[in-house]
Ligand binder design. Structure first.
Ligand code: ZN
Length: 346
């Protein structure tokens, strides 16, 4: 491998906070900062793999057993507050203990400065807004604590909207549109300049947000439905709307999200199959609207990448498909920083 292979990656989704929280908050910062042989990401491995940072999700877990309506159960407000505050606390503790090695970024300038200094550039993101009550006050509190991007739903319904359940083969048009509260949440996010993430949103909610929101449309970790008919992936019409809004799609490394076989995927799948999703999006809406959204620590990634240290293998696969220079920089970090800057303001 040449030095050219080390393009820094800033990506749209990881579940490191969930993994640390599940293993116990005690010592979580130390485990992340010093490294451990678990999961996909910790600081030493991120540095080794050229992983400069990304959106660190606070995901309120659901029991993975479908209820009578065929949905994953919605956590209670109290459970969600406990998980959200717990994971956000771990992130804050990591930053505090990192001696400058990790930065919670609140602006595009923060991201650029962290990357230039070799600090891990994390963005506090929420996936599933169950911790936010109907008065939305918690949104304002979390914004003060550094929250800058929010997915109103995970793949389950809540008081705001209907998250798309995982189905294959299936389109994203499952379930009703947003509630009035959901629309109020989108307006409040616009007011606070919090990015709204459309990954996990069903199709009805997607189009409502496209209409209401004044920000670029973003799906942080979804792929092209035309290539893998997973309900969480985006139809060509949705991809086109994201392009027209100036937004982006972060490619998900989860094999069941990119292998045409969906849940029957083979983890020995070649990384070129993942790169085809990049090609598809570039062909439809151009190089400015595709980025990465690994889902590290949240999904099963191909055997070709055991963890974040294997990112150079994906970069090599992108190069093999013809992406180089400025285009490769855009995919690996530039598009994310541009869209976040436009969403957040200067
Ligand atoms: Zn997700």
């Amino acid at each position: 491998m040449t030095n050219n292979d080390t393009v820094p990656v800033f990506d749209g989704h990881n579940d490191i906070l969930l993994r640390l929280w599940r293993a116990g908050a005690e010592g979580a910062a130390k485990r992340f900062l010093e490294g451990e042989e678990a999961g996909h990401i910790d600081l030493p491995r991120a540095r080794k793999g050229g992983f400069a940072g990304g959106l660190c999700a606070v995901y309120v877990p659901s029991e993975r057993v479908l209820n009578e309506e065929g949905n994953y159960p919605t956590p209670s407000h109290a459970e969600a507050v406990e998980a959200t505050v717990g994971m956000a606390g771990i992130l804050a503790r990591i930053e505090h203990a990192s001696n400058g090695g990790v930065k919670i970024c609140r602006s595009a300038a923060d991201i650029r400065a962290a990357m230039a200094a070799g600090s891990f550039a994390s963005v506090f993101h929420i996936e599933g807004a169950e911790a936010i009550g109907p008065d939305l006050d918690m949104l304002y509190l979390l914004h003060n604590a550094g929250l800058r991007t929010l997915g109103p739903v995970w793949s389950r319904p809540n008081i705001f909207a209907f998250g798309i359940p995982f189905r294959f083969p299936c389109g994203p048009d499952v379930g009703p549109g947003m509630s009035d509260l959901g629309k109020a949440l989108i307006r409040a996010c616009n007011e606070l300049r919090i990015m709204v993430d459309l990954s996990h949103m069903n199709e009805a909610g997607f189009w409502e947000i496209a209409k209401i929101s004044d920000a670029p449309l973003v799906a942080s970790h979804s792929n092209a439905h035309a290539l893998c008919a997973q309900s969480r992936n985006l139809t060509d019409k949705q991809i086109d709307a994201i392009g027209e809004s100036g937004g982006l799609i972060g490619i998900n490394f989860g094999a069941s999200f990119f292998d045409p076989a969906g849940p029957d995927r083979d983890l020995d799948v070649d990384l070129s199959v993942l790169v085809r999703h990049v090609d598809h999006i570039v062909e439809r809406i151009g190089i400015d609207h595709v980025a990465l959204g690994s889902d590290f620590d949240g999904t099963k990634i191909p055997n070709a990448m055991k963890d974040v240290t294997d990112l150079p293998k994906l970069i090599a696969a992108l190069r093999k498909a013809g992406y180089a220079g400025e285009d490769l920089d855009k995919i690996c970090h530039g598009n994310w920083i541009r869209v976040l800057e436009r969403t957040w303001g200067g």
